[in-house]
Write a protein that binds this ligand. Sequence first.
Ligand code: NDP
Length: 508
Amino acid sequence: MTIRTASDWRSDATRLRFRRQAFIDGKTVDALSGLTFPAINPASGSTLVSVAACDQADVDVAVKSSRTAFERGAWSAISPSARKRVLLRLAELMMTHADELALLESLNMGKPITDSRNIDVPVSANCIAWNAEAIDKLYGEIAPTGSDALALVTREPLGVVAAVVPWNFPLLMACWKLGPALAAGNSVILKPAEQSPLSALRLAELAMEAGLPEGVLNVLPGLGETAGQALGLHMDVDALAFTGSTEVGKLFMGYSGKSNMKRVSLECGGKTPHIILRDCPNLDAAAQAVASGIFFNQGEVCNAGSRLLVEEPIREALLEKVIAISAGYMPGDPLDPATTMGAIVSKPQMDRVLEYIDSGKNEGAALVRGGKRVRVESGGFFVEPTVFDGVRNNMRIAREEIFGPVLSVVSCASAEEAVRVANDTIYGLAAAIWTSNIDTALSASRRLRAGSVWVNCFDEGNITVPFGGFKQSGFGRDKSIHAIEKYSDLKTTWIKINPTPAAARVLT
Ligand code: NDP
């Protein structure tokens, strides 16, 4: 692989073609209303392109196309191994176009190009490939009936699945839904976030090139209140897979109840506790993990380790190390491969982060690092890595999801107290604990109410393990074989052997 410099990426960016139309039934189309919205580069505040603003009318067309494709069976009824071949081709094409996809991601949502190119794109392609490889290895069941019957338990695709995804990992969140949903034989309608539609529109083209039949993947850029809501309320959408805020997740549960009881799966917010106990096996490693846990992706991560719960005897030493490491996360041009923290996705999101920083100061926490907007002259939306010490768990910065590079440090007197404070939140997406004592680690892990618990590490894992939340972080899991369960239904086929006129019916 050739080493690419900032000027290589900037020069590629000037030649990049942005897709601006929706992708329905294998064709690129404008929104029926003719309306558009701007796709912004958050590193400069400038408009990259105006994108089709789809609404209810476009949703109706897309759902019809998806339903027709599903019933035609050119995808839903072919063998799993045939679906696998197409999806593997898609994963390959994503890697062939990895530079282009990475550039779209960085330009459209502000993340560092090194992360887009080395994490977002390959991990997304791997998710598609992994689900492709899995789907022709899943067997049905034969139930333990008596000898007079054969009962088959099989998995069937649901039909039309809508995926509504956020802007923090646009391609990856899309692929976490598309991989298992498409592998299972569904037709999918993807609505990317209004801040970050560009990689999804390119992905749709690559999927066609890979051989996905028309209508099996439709991509509808548009606003949440119009296109997102129309998908949530549609009577002919069978399932809705969502990643985003808890607030909007709750709306989707309401849409489902008001319409056709479509299955809803929700991956929502978090306020991840990162616990460091006094017997931490390696304070340097822990400090690195704390810093990357909150500053990676500008802190715009649902499981960002935004609450550092540290035992008092090591608080000062740890904090000193975290603050020193945070200097390496000063925001820079996302297209410079040396940049480790890029731009916040939008002006409203930056303002929201700055407002939380004000609230931390007003509530009496001690701002010990950062706290300001920087690189103002670029026109972009950059915030320094920020650390608050002396935080109490009832402050807003400890309770609400900031979705920015803001760490809240809460001092704890014991492991017991740390676990109690960790669980004192409406969220339950993830948690981490550093200790040298395996008993402490395991008993804390059992008591931590979170979908993922990391021991002596942070945010580790791969496609083989499920990811999702407890409590108001949602339900349903992305990744691993369990994700496929979300996009399929169990069917029982009971076959009578040697049918004879029924005697008395015995229910068991
Ligand atoms: P949202 O939850 O608002 O957006 C996620 C998706 O839902 C987007 O595609 C959005 O569309 C859509 N949506 C928004 N409103 C509606 C609606 N009324 N009906 C149907 N769909 C809707 O997240 P935001 O982008 O606004 O971010 C706000 C906060 O949410 C963040 O600060 C963070 O706290 C949290 N968040 C959490 C994420 C996670 O992974 N857990 C990811 C992103 C955000 P559109 O963007 O086009 O309006």
